[in-house]
Ligand binder design. Structure first.
Ligand code: ANZ
Ligand code: ZN
Length: 907
């Protein structure tokens, strides 16, 4: 293998985290490889290193291939290998297709794990990160990925985060970054605020798994909602994104059309209070509103506003919620408390009670809902639990009533669908829900108590973190000037390195007084720095733009360079980023376009600041997992006898273990260390295996054992190339080829067509590989002489088409065909083959031969003879098996069917 370790990484190598588990190293050791892949790969990697890189040719179009940059955890896993293999294959293919390719790489290097390492192991986050980057870079160097390291970025580098801060200030000046007090998700384990997106559906932190609590704090936000409409509408432009990801984005943005209604407060002891506004998606249920419910954080919920008899109990109730319940539990809890206030339903003229309950969210709609217990599930439950009313009023009923049922409605459940309005809706009786909703809204508008409204589920992005290892927010708080942005010429606001990590309470930044205390840039008086840092999603929302001009010292990137390279042509990464990272990147890209940071040509696709044209989401890599059938305990590989691959035994008991494929993890002992796999099996066979086992977006069930198939195929192709000496024959005209040549030429052209399609549009590398295997089988089993130009063209095309997937082996094959020395240029610098459409036509027909209706054999019939039963009979009788079935028996009837592709001999 290639030795590229710097002394630094060598030193660190000993500290490599223990590799997950190397499943079946024993087996490889005893298995003799058909080819010495390591030697061949080393030879070519060394040559490439010394070759001068191709200069950018301005006459060629650009192609920007991007794989999601990794978090430098210090260990490469199979998932990384999969993404980089895919992006490397695509970029090498595009180079051969005549593009200037951009294929950069960098590190998403800020974030909690580094800080946790500091707390747990006393190693500085900076040191930990730098070490990990060195280790991973070395591991990546073994995979033969053609990254452009000259553009490498690390988000924790002041030369990078300086520009993250710059962009923050741009957002601030454009009114897109602001501060507000907010109920936040507080992670009691990591002691930090989490974005809503970082809380899972069970109300737990995405990272620590702790139940999240609610807390009120002043926080920084990006105004993503300003772009809500564009972010939603422009999903339709993303023709080359997976439908599933687009739907996830749509749901996340969650546009909802409805109405806002005002309910006047009627309580005599609360005369000058503003009306309560509610947002509803069902204005047709207005006559069924029997109470109102406020979120606990609603501005009305204060001692001054509440009637004195109720104030204490309401405020206690709210305080209790904040203290002991996490957000999610609170929302599920249907318990509420009566405020003592009443409001008027403007349509029924009833006074209805006003409650407070946590199932109403403070940051959706108006933070208040109209309670329609008969038609909304949550309202129904709330009403039951709190005994709000005796009788729920059904104002909508199904359009077609079940004939068997009486006309009495089932009051044990809410009726949530739309339907026809009942007599309880007065003048609107008999109208359909939709129509009635419109009419009621119109009436409300003329009474001045309502108007149409649209709501988004999407919220502004809470970006501040009470953490150390992130980009400091470039803001200064001055007692007289208040919030003062750091002047751009003072950037970066450096993250101080000499801080203490205790893991408790305030962040190390807040405790570092000599850093916190500073001069106000406006009045020069004493002031304090903002001690919050930015969410790491901020760093990754613009890195693909920095790659277009990574060394710029004046700006985040040069507008001209960015404009010519953006958008990214293809973006490859995990589906776990289907919502947040992609949404935030879309927001940044749109906001920066609007601010003129770069421009788009008129016909740019997808357009309107969309950053990624094709999105390829790769599936996970699962590992072979063994479990004890009795205890369900995960078994270590050494506990299982794998000598018979198809029927492994538990060594201790002799029983068969349960076998499944699951996400690789330490606790399941099913991990595979990519570095040892490539060292043992070869880089190219590993790459091929990854691409062949599953289409990119599907789960890949990793089985090291089956790499042997790819190793054998590569050795076959190498043999084929070695036996091919190129003569300078030109391809003859189609008409002067022999039948066999004609067929080989057809198969070659057909394969070129198919593989080009797989590489440029469908990214189905697995079918590309099987097409190439078919081509190689065809060549090696054909009777066409190696001296034939058609034969040589077939092998050359085969090797060229393999090159993006198996660069080293293809170079070796190419060299063995062309001979060493000057003549043998790199296969990677060859032009991708094209196909001749006329050659695709079949010159022969495969004809199935039946005898007395039973299929017995098949023969190839020249196209000119297809359909000529007598000629086919001659061909059949001339063949050996044909002889056997027909012997000398006379044929009674000869039936030709399917345009000459089937013939039946009735004897
Ligand atoms: C009355 C009603 C009657 C409702 C009915 C639904 C069905 P989407 O579609 O997701 O936008 N709602 C409004 N604001 C809320 C808040 N802050 N917290 C919790 N729930 C809130 O949902 C809109 C519906 O969610 C609104 O329509 C409201 O309940 C509730 F038969 O109003 B509805
Ligand atoms: Zn000041």
């Amino acid at each position: 293998m290639l030795k590229v370790r710097s002394t630094f990484s060598l030193l660190q190598h000993k500290q490599l985290p223990a590799t997950l588990v190397v499943g079946s190293a024993r087996q490889y050791a005893t298995r003799k490889l058909p080819v010495d892949f390591a030697t061949i790969e080393e030879k070519w990697q060394t040559r490439w290193k010394h070759a001068t890189p191709a200069a950018v040719d301005p006459s060629k179009p650009d192609y920007y291939t991007l794989s999601m940059f990794p978090y430098p955890s210090g260990m490469l896993h199979m998932g990384h290998v999969r993404v980089y293999t895919i992006s490397d294959t695509i970029q090498r293919f595009r180079k051969m297709k005549g593009y200037n390719v951009l294929h950069p790489m960098g590190w998403d290097a800020f974030g909690l794990p580094a800080e946790n390492a500091a707390i747990e192991r006393g190693i500085h986050p900076a040191e930990w990160t730098v070490k990990n980057i060195a280790i991973m870079k070395e591991q990546i160097s073994k995979l033969c990925i053609g990254f452009d390291w000259s553009r490498e970025v690390a988000t924790c580098d002041p030369e990078y985060y300086r520009w993250t801060q710059y962009i923050f200030l741009e957002m601030y000046h454009a009114g897109l970054a602001y501060q507000k007090e907010a109920v936040v998700n507080w992670d009691p384990v990591d002691k930090t605020v989490l974005a809503n997106e970082q809380v899972d559906h069970e109300g737990k932190s995405w990272r620590s798994g702790a139940l999240v609590e609610r807390k009120k704090l002043r926080q920084w936000f990006f105004k993503v909602t300003e772009f809500a409409d564009d972010l939603l509408k422009d999903i339709d432009r993303l023709e080359n994104w997976p439908e599933r990801v687009k739907q996830m984005q749509r749901n996340w943005i969650g546009k909802s059309k409805g109405a806002e209604f005002d309910f006047n407060i009627t309580s005599s002891n609360a005369a000058n209070l503003e009306p309560i506004k509610v947002f509803t998606s069902r204005p047709d249920t207005m006559f069924g509103v029997q109470y109102l419910v406020l979120a606990p954080e609603h501005p009305l919920v204060t001692r001054e506003n509440l009637p004195s008899e109720q104030a204490d109990s309401v405020l206690d109730f709210v305080q209790d919620l904040n203290k002991k319940q996490n957000m999610q539990e609170a929302e599920e809890n249907k318990k509420g408390v009566f405020t003592g206030l009443y409001a008027l339903n403007p349509f029924t003229n009833e006074d209805i009670p006003v409650y407070v309950a946590p199932y109403v969210l403070s940051d959706y709609g108006t933070g208040a809902v109209m309670g329609v217990p008969a038609h909304d599930k949550r309202d129904f439950e709330f009403c039951k639990v709190n005994g709000v009313v005796d009788q729920m009023r059904y104002v909508v009923e199904p359009a077609i009533k079940d004939l068997d049922q009486s006309t009495v409605v089932d009051t044990s459940v809410p009726y949530v669908a739309q339907g026809i309005l009942t007599a309880a809706s007065g003048p609107y009786q008999g109208m359909k829900s939709k129509e009635a909703g419109k009419a009621i809204l119109k009436a409300a508008q003329s009474m001045g108590v309502g108007h149409p409204a649209t709501q988004f589920r999407l919220k502004d992005w809470l970006l501040s973190r009470q953490r150390y290892w992130g980009a400091p927010i470039p803001i200064i708080h001055c007692p007289s000037c208040k919030v003062v942005p750091v002047p751009k010429e003072d950037l970066p606001v450096n993250l101080p390195l000499d801080v203490e990590f205790s893991g408790k309470g305030q962040s190390p930044l807040a405790r570092k007084e000599d850093w916190v205390n500073c001069k106000c840039p406006k009045c020069q008086g004493p002031a304090k720095r903002e001690t919050d840092t930015m969410d790491t999603f901020v760093d990754s929302s613009w890195y693909f733009m920095r790659y277009t001009d990574p060394k710029n010292k004046e700006l985040p990137f040069d507008p001209v360079k960015a404009s010519s390279l953006l958008p990214v042509d293809i973006y490859i990464g995990g589906v776990e980023h289907a919502i947040l990272h992609l949404l935030y990147s879309r927001f940044f890209s749109k906001a920066l376009l609007k601010q003129g940071a770069y421009q788009e040509l008129p016909n740019t696709k997808p357009g309107n600041g969309e950053p990624f044209n094709v999105l390829l989401t790769q599936g996970m890599v699962h590992g072979r997992t063994y479990k004890d059938p009795k205890t369900s305990r995960f078994l270590k590989p050494e506990e299982v006898d794998l000598s018979d691959h198809d029927s492994p035994k538990i060594i201790a008991t002799g029983e068969q273990p349960l076998i499944s494929f699951e996400k690789m993890s330490k606790s399941k002992y099913n991990g595979v260390d990519p570095v040892s796999v490539v060292e043992e099996c070869g880089v190219d066979p590993t790459r091929l295996h990854i691409l062949y086992k599953a289409p990119p977006s599907e789960v890949l069930e990793w089985e090291s054992d089956s790499i042997i198939g790819m190793q054998r195929w590569l050795s076959k192709v190498l043999k084929l190339s070695k036996s091919t000496t190129l003569t300078s024959n030109e391809i003859p005209a189609l008409t002067s080829m022999s039948t066999e040549e004609r067929e080989m030429y057809r198969v070659t052209n057909h394969t070129v067509k198919q593989v080009t399609e797989s590489m440029s549009n469908s990214y189905s590398f697995n079918t590309a590989i099987s097409d190439l295997i078919k081509l190689s089988n065809h060549v090696s089993s054909s009777s066409v002489e190696p001296a034939s130009a058609v034969y040589q063209h077939a092998v050359q095309s085969l090797v060229k088409m393999m090159a993006p997937m198996t660069p080293s082996m293809s170079e070796e094959c190419w060299e063995s065909m062309h001979g060493p020395g000057e003549k043998s240029q790199s296969v990677l610098e060859q032009v991708w083959p094209t196909f001749v459409p006329e050659a695709l036509e079949k010159d022969q027909v495969d004809c199935i031969v039946q005898v007395n209706g039973k299929t017995r054999l098949s023969i190839t019939v020249p196209k000119a003879l297809a359909g000529n039963a007598q000629e086919i009979e001659k061909l059949v009788r001339a063949s050996e098996i044909g002889q056997k079935w027909l012997a000398d028996k006379p044929v009674r009837k000869l039936i030709l069917a399917k345009k000459g592709e089937l013939i039946n001999f009735v004897l």
